[in-house]
Design a protein around this ligand. Structure first.
Ligand SMILES: O=C1O[C@H](COP(=O)(O)O)[C@@H](O)[C@H](O)[C@H]1O
Length: 233
């Protein structure tokens, strides 16, 4: 469908704009379908937008958030993505935050858990927010991971899969559970939040190469929803 670029002067502007777009998507979803289901990335970049969104007026009891990917660590571990999401939405009273992992973070149990939780949700997300790493991974679709080819296969009907990044990122050396590409593309709106010239260059190179095994982020342009790229220095 294509890529739509939103350039902002700073992270505050990016976060405000992204929060407004997510808010509008939630309101439209609640008005038409009674609830809004979002898939949201971890990392650092989108968190100011999540906090801005959580401060807005909405019937939060009608909103469900699913992480786009999660590190396989116990939920009380400092590296848990879930804890950060829960903190960001602490003002959103009544919101449901699903987890792709079990409390103990066991990868095999978590993979089964993620698939069964996702099966209870509508087939199409109302909006997804993704980030991107310097190696062109998005969600936890890491180049070089043994499960990557299957995770990117649009004929793969599984909603979530275990990923073992290879090499493991030193700052977070854990297996992950990620939404598969086919699940990520079933969305009414798709947002990618990145900052800095280096990431902008990585994204440009990824789009130009189209080699999704080397640059998994390029694959998110294959869906029906336009990719809104939110960038700031
Ligand atoms: O490892 C990850 O990193 C990306 C990017 O994070 P950021 O801190 O540079 O925004 C994130 O989108 C992804 O969910 C996470 O697994």
């Amino acid at each position: 469908m294509g890529w739509i670029e939103h350039d902002h002067a700073d992270i505050e502007g990016l976060s405000r704009h992204l929060a407004q777009m997510l808010h509008a998507a939630c309101r439209a979803a609640i008005d038409t379908r009674g609830r809004a289901v979002l898939a949201l990335a971890g990392g650092r970049t989108p968190f100011p937008a999540y906090r801005a969104l959580a401060a807005m007026r909405l019937d939060w009891s009608c909103v469900v958030v699913v992480p786009s990917d999660e590190r396989c660590v116990p939920h009380d571990h400092p590296a848990s993505n879930l804890t950060e999401l829960r903190k960001a939405f602490s003002d959103a009273r009544g919101i449901t935050i699903e987890s792709l992992t079990t409390d103990d973070g066991d990868p095999a149990r978590s993979e089964a858990h993620a698939r069964s939780r996702l099966a209870t949700l509508p087939d199409t997300f109302d909006a997804i927010v993704l980030g991107m790493g310097q190696d062109a991974h998005t969600a936890s679709l890491f180049p070089g991971a043994p499960q990557l080819r299957a995770a990117l296969d649009l004929d793969n009907a599984l909603d979530a899969t275990r990923i073992d990044p290879d090499p493991l990122p030193p700052e977070a050396p854990f297996p992950r559970i990620t939404l598969t590409l086919s699940r990520l593309l079933r969305t009414r709106a798709l947002h990618l939040a990145i900052t800095g010239q280096a990431k902008r260059d990585v994204l440009q190179a990824a789009r130009a190469s189209g080699n999704i095994l080397r640059h998994p982020v390029a694959a998110i342009g294959e869906g029906e929803a336009a990719v809104h790229v939110h960038w700031s220095p």
